[in-house]
Design a protein around this ligand. Structure first.
Ligand code: PMP
Ligand code: GLU
Length: 389
């Protein structure tokens, strides 16, 4: 087996996917596992979006669609970017992908040469590091300070710069920390990116999930950034469409041109009827998003209040996304041991913080894209088990 791919042998499997699959399998065996592991909204995709896909299929929309995306969808994405994000791109600067994950992969593949360094602000989503490594570039782990709620500063970015730095990966609102970059943090990134001539991959997939007045800034709209930013987004979180596998990127034209080579030699395109659904999602009523956000806000409030009552667990009030990232200040267990103990003793599946980089050690991630009834049961179990960890 030693002659198989060194690149693939060198990366871990996706912990978020693996733990979600494990929780699903345990449930299928009859075990009453509460899955707080994966970021998969428990809502059904809004009906008008489903109807659009069915209508498309019934009308014979089952052939290969245009590889870059249906023109109407490219237009809808460009219009959305201008309307909501203050980002001006032409439809030809958009690529529709099978999921935001593939958009990230295309972005990195189009940017890097072997040995180029890509800064990852950690804790970071589990797939950033492998996506960089698989493309022959070097992930540079920027451990954000745990004791300052993972604040991004110009200083910490500059400390990790080298002549080989090519890009920074940014994710706000953040999976897993729930942080939303403040005006000051955005300014720090913009300043360093412009000064050091870096690309920025701005993963904005949780942009609507904002709490307590947090504001989302799109990096491509900032001064000097349009030419150096690849915006990543998708339908999975905003419209509860994880299974449809539909995302997109928007980038300067030369990057789109290269990324399209990889798209057409690999996946070809996103699915035709998923794109029909995406058009309905972007051009249809948007109140479905606000309804889901209101529900996440209620769950967040419930969880923060409930966890504050449990000795041995500390949880910062998240500003966005749908993950809590608590720590266990009195426990000597590491995050893998805590997650194992929660599964064994409380039948709660969650993701160990170490999976999001060294800066995540000591934490676990709970997804609150989970029904309130499950969260209530989870809290009861946590109250019983956490004080003994
Ligand atoms: N970015 C982040 C930060 C995520 O958490 C996810 C996980 N769903 C994605 C991108 C990709 O999502 P999808 O491929 O379902 O669009
Ligand atoms: N992004 C979600 C998560 O972090 C879904 C699983 C995945 O794609 O990683 O749980």
């Amino acid at each position: 087996m030693n002659n198989l791919s060194h690149l693939l042998r060198g990366i871990p499997p996706s912990a978020t996917v693996a733990i979600s699959d494990k929780a699903r399998a345990l449930k299928a065996q009859g075990r009453d596992v509460i899955a707080l592991a994966g970021g998969d909204p428990d809502f059904k995709t809004p009906q008008h979006i489903i109807d659009a896909a069915i209508k498309a299929m019934n009308a014979g929309d089952t052939n290969y669609p245009p590889a870059q995306g249906k023109p109407k969808l490219l237009e809808a994405v460009a219009a959305k970017l201008e309307r909501e994000n203050g980002v001006k791109v032409s439809p030809s600067q958009v690529i529709v992908t099978p999921g935001g994950k593939w958009a990230l992969y295309l972005a990195i593949a189009a940017l890097v040469n072997p040995g180029d360094e890509v800064m990852i602000l950690e804790p970071a989503w589990v797939s950033y590091d492998p996506i960089v490594s698989l493309n022959g570039a070097v992930p540079v782990h920027v451990s954000l300070p745990n004791d300052q709620n993972f604040l991004v500063t110009e200083e910490i970015l500059r400390q990790h710069l080298s002549p080989k730095t090519k890009a920074i990966m940014v994710n706000s609102p953040s999976n897993p920390t729930g942080r939303v970059l403040t005006r000051g943090e955005v300014d720090a990134i913009v300043k360093v990116a412009n000064a050091a001539d870096l690309y920025v991959i701005s993963d904005e997939i949780y942009e609507y999930l904002l709490f307590d007045g947090a504001v989302h800034y799109s990096l491509a709209a900032e001064p000097g950034m349009a030419e150096r930013t690849i915006t990543i987004n998708g339908f999975s979180k905003a419209y509860a469409m994880t299974g449809w596998r539909l995302g997109w990127l928007a980038a300067p034209q030369p990057i789109v041109k290269l990324a399209m080579k990889l798209q057409t030699h690999s996946v070809t395109s996103a699915a035709s009827f998923s794109m029909a659904a995406g058009i309905a999602a972007l051009n249809g009523p948007q109140d479905c998003i606000q309804e889901m956000v209101a529900s996440y806000a209620a769950r967040r409030r419930f969880m923060l209040d409930a966890l504050a009552e449990i000795p041995g667990i500390a949880c910062a009030p998240i500003e966005g996304a749908f993950y809590l990232f608590p720590s266990f200040p009195h426990s000597t267990l590491n995050s893998v041991q805590v997650a194992d103990a929660l599964l064994e003793k409380a039948d709660i599946a969650c993701t160990p913080g170490i999976e999001f980089g060294a800066a995540g050690e000591g934490h676990v991630r709970f997804s609150i894209a989970t029904a309130m009834s499950d969260l209530e049961r989870a809290v009861e179990r946590l109250a019983r088990v956490v004080p003994g960890l």
